[in-house]
Design a protein around this ligand. Structure first.
Ligand code: FPP
Length: 251
């Protein structure tokens, strides 16, 4: 066992977690930034800024205890319908986050990946995103996936079109389409499915997130607003996950 592994094992144990039963992939719907700001009579953008600080805490904690993949719903296909001001503020925040976190990702051996309609992002954001993804491509400690301009239905539509084109051209026999093949046409093709999906802010919805991939994920909803979501609550949820029995449909 490498010293790196035992370091994460020790961190998990000190957090009263069983390192052997951690979820390999945690996905999070980060909700409640707007309400957090409203409660304080602040602009919604302040909520997103505070939310970005929570992102930092949760990324670092995940890496420290040995989570292999963390996927964060940072911007949905529906979020483009928000005011131009809010969309621009979110894009700027994302760009600043990528710039400031690049050294942290390098230091912590974190590989950045993005899923979603990346081509819809503004050029400057896309450039920084590509640069950080390229710089961190060799990192193996943890994979951080940012879902950006992501929608589960759009992803499934894109996959269906690609497969339909192949069948129409005769390159693919419809009877040879399998679940594994479908998964290989999704943005998440080289990533295992989430084991645990967390949503903050009390809403009990999936909101078009990883529709195919969460088939067997354990779901956890908390009423805490994302900017208030803490390392301690995250560890509590991971402990609760370890109490659950996963049967994947078997008796
Ligand atoms: C939901 O809050 C959150 C978002 C739409 C975006 C999430 C963005 C961040 C956490 C900050 C930036 C992200 C990164 C990766 C730096 P909401 O506005 O829907 O809240 P509400 O439901 O209370 O209005």
């Amino acid at each position: 066992m490498s010293s790196e592994l035992s370091k994460t094992d020790a961190a998990a144990q000190s957090a009263r977690l069983d390192p052997a039963r951690l979820p390999g992939h945690v996905a999070i719907i980060m909700d409640g930034n707007g309400r957090w700001a409203k409660q304080r009579l602040l602009n919604r953008v302040r909520g997103h800024e505070k939310g970005a600080e929570t992102v930092r805490t949760i990324v670092t904690t995940s890496r420290e205890i040995g989570i292999s993949t963390l996927t964060l719903y940072a911007f949905s296909t529906e979020n483009w319908q928000r005011s131009t001001l809010e969309v621009s503020a979110l894009m700027l925040l994302l760009k600043k986050f990528l710039e400031s976190e690049k050294p942290v990702m390098m230091e912590n051996d974190i590989r950045l990946n993005a899923i979603g309609q990346i081509e819809r992002l503004p050029d400057d954001v896309r450039n920084v995103l590509s640069a950080v993804m390229a710089a961190t491509a060799g990192n193996q400690g943890m994979r951080l996936n940012l879902a950006l301009s992501y929608g589960g239905r759009a992803e499934i539509t894109r996959m269906t079109r690609a497969i339909a084109e192949k069948t129409a051209s005769g390159a693919l026999d419809p009877s040879s389409i399998t679940e594994d093949m479908i998964a290989s046409y999704l943005y998440t093709r080289d990533i295992p499915d989430p084991d645990l999906l967390i949503r903050t802010s009390g809403e009990m919805r999936i909101s078009n997130f990883l529709l195919w991939q969460i088939a067997y994920a354990e779901l956890y909803f908390t009423s805490t607003l994302w900017p208030d979501f803490s390392r301690e609550e995250y560890l509590n949820i991971l402990r609760a996950y370890q109490q659950r029995e996963r049967r994947f449909g078997a008796a």
